[in-house]
Design a protein around this ligand. Structure first.
Ligand code: KG4
Ligand code: ZN
Length: 358
């Protein structure tokens, strides 16, 4: 439970969290990359407003996110998503701005210019409505996407897979977490996007590669699984192996544009290699800690094969949690949930954005 001061204007303390003894309505803003999002969540689990403005179309023409353009788009969208979230809260639950218990915003990691837009909006709302402000770590927030609409409680073993991170996290309690393994080079999402680009798929590559993989043969090509100590991962060698395979196949078929079925088989073989590597280590981490609850989070948790493999563990007696697609990729509902459950947050309204994990 957090005891938070009422912003700058008053010094009354407000209790926030599961033990506060009253309903908490937290409005959160997320703008760490290319989604401008605002949500209002009741008691960390019940979403009463959820708005996401995606910039995918803008960045697709450049083949990736351009930070300066992303920050400007956040500026264009921020007031619209906040207004829409307030409207949904009124329509869905008769909640008005003065009923909000606290305002939260993503502090980092992310693109600094983008984070500044959302964080300053969240701080401003806290000041205007004289409510506490809560700063949230984006990675913690991804894990909390699993608390929405579920009864999940720690402890559990979590796999966090996003565009920037690949971590196995021992979640001991709502606020106590230990990273027990991570990638030593590329993140899984990054590997997906890079491989997608080198086989000629448009941005955003990850979901497109996943789609093609589902119709390809996962055994068509043998790709190497990097041997890395403990619970750490490495994906850059795999990316290079795909690059070499693509070059060889282009030479063999004497074409710059590989036939569709070959592309599908490359995607399926890559996806099989990534998903089996991730799942093997995640299961081992859970077993070594005697955890029967397993959780995945982050944008890559939307991946069909990773979901299939992780849910297969239910046959072995594990309880598996994976957020629905809309709470896998960046959203603000997970940020609001994190502000409620995770005492490991920033409660100083002067907190500054950060680009990398400190
Ligand atoms: O968590 P997220 O929305 O943003 C970050 O915090 O990084 O994750 C975005 C990443 C991108 O690399 C995207 O390609 C990947 O998640 N992604 C997927 C799928 N959906 C999103 N990767 C593989 N399969 C998917 N279905
Ligand atoms: Zn994210």
């Amino acid at each position: 439970m957090k005891n938070l001061k009422n912003t700058l204007f008053s010094h009354k303390e407000i209790e926030i969290g599961p033990e506060s003894g009253y309903d908490n309505y937290i409005m959160a803003i997320e703008s760490s990359c290319d989604e401008t999002a605002c949500a209002i969540v009741k008691n960390g689990r019940e979403v009463i407003a959820n708005v996401v403005a995606s910039q995918i179309k803008t960045h697709a023409q450049f083949g990736g996110v351009i930070p300066e353009i992303a920050a400007r788009e956040h500026l264009d969208s921020i007031n619209i998503v906040i207004d829409e979230a307030f409207k949904q809260a009124k329509d869905n639950a008769n909640i008005e701005p003065h009923n909000i218990t606290a305002f939260a915003g993503t502090v980092g990691p992310g693109l600094v210019g983008c984070l500044l837009v959302g964080l300053n909006a969240a701080k401003t709302l806290a000041l205007v409505y004289d409510k506490p402000f809560i700063g949230v770590n984006h990675l913690n927030a991804h894990l909390c996407g699993n608390y929405i609409d579920t009864e999940l409680k720690p402890p559990f073993m979590a796999l966090l897979v996003s565009g920037g991170h690949t971590q196995i996290i021992d979640v001991k309690s709502y606020s106590e977490q230990q990273i027990i393994g991570e990638t030593i080079d590329d993140a899984v999402g990054e590997a997906y996007d890079k491989v997608a680009r080198l086989i000629g798929l448009p941005y955003p590559g990850g979901p497109k590669l996943d789609k093609l993989a589902q119709i390809g043969n996962p055994k068509a090509y043998h790709l190497p699984q990097a041997k890395v100590d403990g619970f750490n991962f490495s994906f850059s060698g795999l990316k290079t192996a795909v690059l070499r395979l693509v070059k060889d196949l282009k030479r063999e078929y004497n074409t710059e544009e590989l036939p569709e079925n070959i592309v599908n088989d490359i995607c399926a073989s890559f996806q099989e290699c990534v998903s089996s590597t991730l799942l093997k280590k995640l299961k081992k981490a859970a077993d070594e800690n005697n955890y029967k609850q397993i959780v995945i989070a982050g944008g890559v948790a939307a991946n069909s094969e990773i979901r299939k493999k992780i849910f297969n563990l239910e046959n072995d007696g594990y309880k598996v949690f994976a957020p629905p697609m809309k709470y896998c990729t960046d959203n603000a509902a997970m940020v609001a949930s994190c502000a409620y459950f995770n005492t490991n947050t920033f409660d100083d309204i002067n907190v500054e954005v950060f680009s990398r994990v400190k």
